[in-house]
Write a protein that binds this ligand. Structure first.
Ligand code: HEC
Ligand code: HEC
Ligand code: HEC
Length: 117
């Protein structure tokens, strides 16, 4: 029984730890507009400030990667994020969900996110 309780506690710590893997600060809002690396499909212009205005919480994104320039590329390089993981499981997923609900949303097609230079 004691062992079971400890196991539950450990699982609880792991699961809450995973949801907030990075400390979230709100004082430094960072750049208004950011250009993300998009590989062969070309760069992805990302309106950072607009998302801060329409989304309730910095953690929506920053629980997945730290509040640092180049954070996504760094995590992809170390293998902690898969290529296209943020794109598929985050950006596009949210935009599609809002589109389905008939709400104001962002792009959902390759060429409306990636711009060829
Ligand atoms: C919709 C997703 C999203 C939300 C919400 C969001 N950010 Fe970001 N933020 C990003 C992305 C993407 C980057 C760039 C990461 C990279 O370069 O790999 C970033 C980078 C940053 C940086 C690093 C400096 C810079 O400008 O590159 C800071 C600081 C930052 N964010 C603060 C915040 C704060 C404070 C909030 C909440 C008020 C917030 N962010 C909300 C996606 C978001
Ligand atoms: C909502 C915006 C958005 C849409 C739609 C989108 N992408 Fe992306 N894409 C991104 C972002 C942001 C990244 C960088 C983060 C990542 O790799 O998850 C990226 C990364 C990529 C990469 C580079 C991965 C690497 O690290 O080498 C390729 C290639 C790519 N996308 C192709 C596509 C294709 C093909 C489509 C259409 C089927 C598509 N993207 C649709 C935003 C988008
Ligand atoms: C949790 C939801 C959510 C996530 C995650 C998210 N977005 Fe959005 N995005 C929105 C909403 C909502 C809008 C529409 C904002 C508006 O026009 O009021 C939007 C709009 C946009 C626009 C269009 C801006 C314009 O001027 O029309 C782009 C480009 C965009 N998002 C790119 C991205 C990229 C790239 C990512 C991932 C790094 C991302 N978004 C992550 C919700 C999200």
């Amino acid at each position: 029984m004691q062992g079971f309780r400890i196991l539950v506690l450990v699982l609880l710590i792991i699961s809450t730890g995973a949801a907030y893997a990075y400390t979230i600060q709100t004082a430094d809002k960072g750049a208004e507009q950011i250009e993300l690396f998009g590989g062969k499909s070309g760069p992805v212009p990302f309106p950072h400030r607009l998302h801060q205005e329409v989304l309730p919480d910095c953690a929506v994104c920053h629980e997945l990667f730290p509040q640092e320039a180049g954070a996504i590329e760094k995590l992809k390089a170390s293998g902690d994020l898969k290529k296209k993981q943020i794109m598929n499981k985050h950006c596009t997923k949210c935009h599609k969900k809002l589109k389905k609900e008939g709400q104001k949303t962002g792009p959902t097609t390759c060429k409306s996110c990636h711009i060829k230079k």
